[in-house]
Ligand binder design. Structure first.
Ligand SMILES: Nc1ncnc2c1ncn2[C@@H]1O[C@H](COP(=O)(O)OP(=O)(O)OP(=O)(O)O)[C@@H](O)[C@H]1O
Length: 269
């Protein structure tokens, strides 16, 4: 479990994170949900140590990350896998070499054969067992995300951070990437944190959802609870999504469920 306590961050006197306290649960897909500019990426960067918060603490399974010794920070960092928005693959390396890269960096004690077994296992797990010799320029956006996932899990990560894994993907590919992240999280008991503003992801993989608005946590809960939220800002966010608007249209002749949750009365408009 990752515990975030009272994280605050300002840029040039402008507060971006205004005291965020939340937990990311073990073996679950934890979504950081919110509109543009609400501080999701800044929070993620503070959690993984790419940015220093002004105040607050972050604990990984009882180990304090903030204000701690370099070796403890390194120990935590070694357990972190990152899936970046564009995949962030090395263009000059093959799919195989990209996946092998963190093993060479983080586990130099592994033999070449052990690395090969692990890379082959991870590529197979993401459905790319035949793509090892391809260059990033030769594969689709969805395949790049798959390579990114294989690379992130190759060193047996305990924590997986995904920054908008669906950006730039068509809806069908997005669902497949969401499913893959969900399956891997549950299979290996990884603590996964996914930044998203996609309601499709919320209903697909939202084991635990933290809603941020203007640098504050306004709500947390799961995908079954979110449609019943009474938080006005979250309601507005949900009902402005094209998914929910479309579902509302389909449901408008029926009673209960989404139709009731999205009724004008429930929405108070
Ligand atoms: N290094 C920085 N220096 C100054 N301001 C920054 C910096 N990084 C982020 N910000 C500001 O912090 C605010 C929150 O940005 P952040 O990228 O966390 O938003 P976000 O919720 O991830 O949005 P999006 O979904 O659009 O990526 C924005 O107003 C942004 O301009």
């Amino acid at each position: 479990m990752i515990e975030v306590h009272n994280i605050q961050k300002s840029f040039n006197g402008n507060p971006v994170l205004k005291g965020i306290t939340c937990t990311f649960e073990t073996g679950k897909c934890n979504l950081l949900l919110g509109g543009s500019g609400t501080g999701k990426s800044v929070l993620l960067q503070c959690i993984v140590g790419l940015m220093k918060p002004d105040l607050g603490s972050i604990t990984f399974d009882g180990l304090v990350f903030t204000n701690n010794k370099v070796d403890i920070k390194q120990e935590i960092r070694r357990k972190i896998g990152m899936l970046f928005q564009g995949g962030a693959l090395f263009d000059s390396m093959t799919v195989y070499e990209n996946t092998e890269f963190p093993l060479k960096m983080l586990t130099p004690e592994m033999s070449k054969e052990e690395r090969r077994d692990r890379v082959e296992f991870c590529l197979k797990r993401v459905g790319l067992e035949n793509a090892g010799t391809k260059m990033p320029s030769e594969i689709s956006g969805g395949m790049k995300k798959r390579v990114g996932i294989a690379r992130a899990i190759a060193p047996n990560c305990t924590y997986l951070f995904c920054d908008e894994p669906n950006s730039g993907l068509d809806p069908a590919t997005s669902i497949k990437i969401d499913e893959l992240i969900y399956e891997i999280t549950h299979e290996y008991g990884i603590t996964t944190v996914v930044i998203t503003h996609d309601m499709n992801s919320v209903v697909e993989i939202g084991d635990h959802i933290i809603y941020l608005h203007k640098g504050q946590k306004l709500w947390d809960g799961n995908k079954d609870e979110i449609l019943n939220t009474t938080v006005p800002e979250l309601k507005e966010f949900i009902f402005s999504s094209s998914l929910v608007r479309a579902a509302k249209k389909v449901d408008e002749e029926t009673e209960g469920g989404l139709a009731a949750a999205t009724s004008d009365e429930a929405y108070n408009i």
